[in-house]
Design a protein. Sequence first.
Length: 162
Amino acid sequence: MKPANPARAAGRLNVRSGSKAPPLRRVTTSLARRFHQICAAMVADAIAGAGLTPLQFAVMACVNRQDGEPAIDQNGLASRLGIERSHVSVLVEELGTKGLLDRRVNGADRRARLLELTLKGEKLYERLKIADIAANERILEPLAPDERKLLLDLLIRIIERA
C-alpha cells in the first residue's frame, strides 16, 4: 500500500508547499536549529533599534527587577542562559559599557559579582519587552493557544532534563 504522503512517510515535511524549498527533515536537531534561527531573527528584528544583540537582551531579561532575578551572579546567569561563563563576562562588560548593567561585589563571596540593570537599563528593557512579547507572539502565531502552552511545557521539560 502506497503512503498518502510520501514526503511525510520518508521523515520529511514540506512546510512550503508549492515552493522550490526542500522539505524539512523530521529530525529533532535540524528542526531545533531552524526554530532557533527563526526565534533569534524575530527577536533581533524586534530590538534592532536599541543596538543590542538577542543575547544581550536575554541578559537584561534575566536580571531586570520586574520579572527577572536581580542580583544574580555571573555563574547563575551563565546557567540560566546555557552559555559559558567566559561569554557571560563579555556580555556583562558590553552592557556595562553601554551603561545598562551594574556589577557589584557579593558580600557573602567577594569573588562573585552580582548583576542588576541600571535605571537606564530598566527603562530600555521595559520598552523593548513590549516588542519582544510581540515577536514571541508572531513566532507562535501558527499554533492554537493550547498548542502554544504545550510546546512551551515540552521545551521546558526537555531543558530541565538536560
